[in-house]
Design a protein around this ligand. Structure first.
Ligand SMILES: Cc1cc2nc3c(=O)[nH]c(=O)nc-3n(C[C@H](O)[C@H](O)[C@H](O)COP(=O)(O)OP(=O)(O)OC[C@H]3O[C@@H](n4cnc5c(N)ncnc54)[C@H](O)[C@@H]3O)c2cc1C
Length: 579
């Protein structure tokens, strides 16, 4: 029997959501759908957070995620207010989802259609590997079915609550083994092993060390499919924000939250913004990077082992006057010859990849309107050490590393790339750190075993009864599908389990006093987090740079746009105790 989910006790009529990234927007929509009044306070100039946009030189550059999977979760958030994905966005399903290019000059397209992919693998590596693909596809599909409802899309109050048939099934499926060996069981071809296991890097862990359960990301990518919104990825948060406003939410930008006021009983009673405004609230959802949220709360749960952060990345956004259609699909993975060594370098040794594996995204392959006529956008993403393990001086090394990336890609077939760049924007871990992102990584805490599922930092924090965390630092984790879920799970902590919304109904309902009053007021963490006295507030959160050429929405860092320096000053945060 499942235990009742812990929820926020007392009145929850007016909820303040801190942060208008995808977690905050998802939470907002689900709260509105359950009849709450919602005010969203966002430090940056627009919605999106890490899914930001930069408009410069006629290019519309998505500064964050490029791989959109599981769009039904977007639809679910919109449906909470009687809206829909179809009404708000035009999504293109990408085929191929990826192209993978290898150091030996070979290439394979990853199709999500089973028959098309079997054919492609047959051509690429023979019938035996195609049969292996069939088995792997069945395995990841079964893993997904077992995990989604019970382990990912669920508020879990204790690891003990997971005991049951689904856990037995997950164990039988090998979910607690390691991903690399699990995928290797289906393929002898080293290249295919990479194509179906590299996804664990999205969760911040190398395939050899990641739980095999993380093959659910392989499922999302290579079976469920990759999508792209016309207008660019930033159209997604923009659509959610528009729907939230239409459903009655108040969204305020340029409104960094610097302080939470608390009653002696441990309830957040009001939120203070940097310009001194005080907003009363019944509950708060905090979506900033985890350390920022803890500082606002004045409370950092103690853990047996300190949090470990994912590797970071260097990003080069290059607006070019030509492209390489024979080499590049919408998403192209350029694998180096090295593999295990690459992870060792970025995870353990803290040095840049010596033989880089890179993701190059060419969004103008799908939506040419993102660049001026005759021009093309290329985003180059290079995984790199975070600032906790690496000691690279990125302010000095960044420009040199940019040269290396261009040289590597030229050698791998994008001849003339360096000369074709007309507009560019380089982002390094130093920029992520300047944004206030812990360890200089935008990918939050890694999904190691000790930071997975019930052991990941909880969305409830002991001692603060009406605050809930959402976003990539808490459960279920990093990535667009997971942060959309985290917003929903945070809303459920406030409203109780979500009720289905009849299609077509608008949900601008009056708030119901006391609705959602908790089944259980105890927010104690039973798993990874334990309790400790509050941590002191530190002054460097939410830095927003205003010194860039070009226009940004969302809140994104950058080392240079056409050579303009990045800037950024941070408001400080703190916790106040008020009567
Ligand atoms: C370069 C990059 C590539 C990625 N690629 C992919 C991908 O291809 N596919 C995928 O699924 N995922 C990808 N991700 C991960 C995904 O984008 C993130 O996990 C997700 O967008 C995080 O959303 P969030 O709402 O948790 O956090 P955020 O987007 O960071 O939102 C938090 C918000 O809180 C605001 N804030 C912070 N402090 C304050 C304060 N004091 N007061 C008010 N507001 C505050 C911030 O400005 C921000 O808007 C990528 C991320 C990056 C950066």
């Amino acid at each position: 029997m499942r235990s009742p989910m812990r929820t926020v006790p007392g009145p929850t009529d007016h909820v303040i959501v801190v942060g208008a990234g995808l977690a905050g927007l998802s939470s907002t929509l689900h709260l509105l759908g359950a009849g709450r009044r919602v005010t969203v306070l966002e430090a940056g100039p627009g919605p999106g957070g890490r899914a930001g946009v930069l408009t410069t030189g006629g290019f519309r550059i998505d500064t964050g995620p490029t791989v959109l999977t599981m769009p039904h979760l977007v639809d679910e958030a919109l449906a909470a207010v009687g809206d829909s994905l179809a009404a708000r966005l035009e999504l293109v399903r990408l085929d191929p989802a990826y192209r993978a290019r290898f150091a030996d000059g070979t290439a394979i397209d990853v199709h999500t259609d089973a028959a098309a992919m079997e054919d492609e693998i047959g051509r690429f590596a023979g019938a035996r590997e195609a049969a292996g693909y069939r088995r792997m596809r069945a395995w990841v599909t079964e893993l997904y079915r077992t995990m989604m409802g019970r382990f990912i899309d669920a508020n879990i109050d204790s690891p003990l609550h997971l005991l049951g048939p689904d856990l037995a099934r997950l164990t039988a499926l090998g979910g607690f083994g390691r991903l690399g060996p699990a995928v290797a069981r289906h393929f002898t071809d080293e290249r295919l092993r990479r194509v179906f296991s590299f996804q664990s890097l999205y969760a911040g862990v190398p395939p050899q060390r990641a739980l095999a359960a993380y093959a659910v990301i392989t499922y999302m990518d290579t079976v469920a499919g990759v999508h792209f919104p016309r207008g660019g990825m930033h159209a997604l948060p923009r659509a959610l924000a528009d729907a939230a406003v239409a459903a009655g939410a108040e969204l305020r930008y340029h409104a960094p939250v610097v302080r939470l006021e608390r009653s002696a009983g441990g309830r957040i009673t009001a939120v203070r913004t940097a310009d001194g405004e005080r907003l009363r609230c019944d509950a708060v959802v905090l979506t900033p990077d985890l350390p920022i949220s803890y500082r606002l709360l004045g409370h950092t749960p103690r853990r047996a082992v300190p949090l470990r952060y994912s590797p970071s990345c260097v990003l080069l956004h290059a607006g070019c006057d030509r492209t390489w259609p024979d080499h590049l699909a919408h998403h192209t993975l350029f694998f180096g010859a090295a593999w295990e060594r690459t992870f060792d370098e970025i995870v353990r040794l803290g040095v840049p990849m010596s033989d880089p594996s890179l993701l190059v995204t060419r969004p103008t392959a799908t939506d040419p309107t993102l660049a001026p006529d005759g021009h093309h956008l290329h985003h180059v993403l290079a995984p790199c050490p975070n600032l906790a393990v690496g000691s690279v001086d990125w302010l000095r090394e960044g420009p040199r590393y940019r040269e290396q990336l261009l040289a590597v890609l030229e050698r791998r077939g994008l001849t003339g790339l360096g000369d074709a760049v007309r507009v560019e924007h380089l982002v390094t871990p130093a920029d992520w750190a300047a944004e206030g992102l812990a360890a200089g990584t935008p990918f939050a805490t890694a999904h190691t075993l000790a930071q997975t599922g019930p052991f990941r930092p909880r969305n409830l924090v002991r001692g603060v009864e009406n605050a809930v965390l959402a976003g990539c630092g808490t459960t279920p984790g990093v990535g667009l599908p997971t942060v959309l879920i985290s917003g929903k799970l945070a809303a459920a902590r406030i409203t109780g389990a979500p009720r289905p919304v009849p299609a077509g109904r608008t949900t601008r309902r009056p708030a119901t006093a006391g609705a959602g009053a908790g089944a259980c007021a105890d927010t104690a963490a039973a798993g990874g987090d334990s309790d400790t006295a509050g941590a002191a507030a530190a002054p460097q959160d939410g830095a927003r740079d205003g010194a860039q050429a070009g226009t940004r929405e969302g809140a994104r860092p950058g080392a240079a746009v056409l050579g303009a320096p990045a800037g950024g000053r941070a408001p400080s945060v703190g916790t106040g105790v008020a009567g």
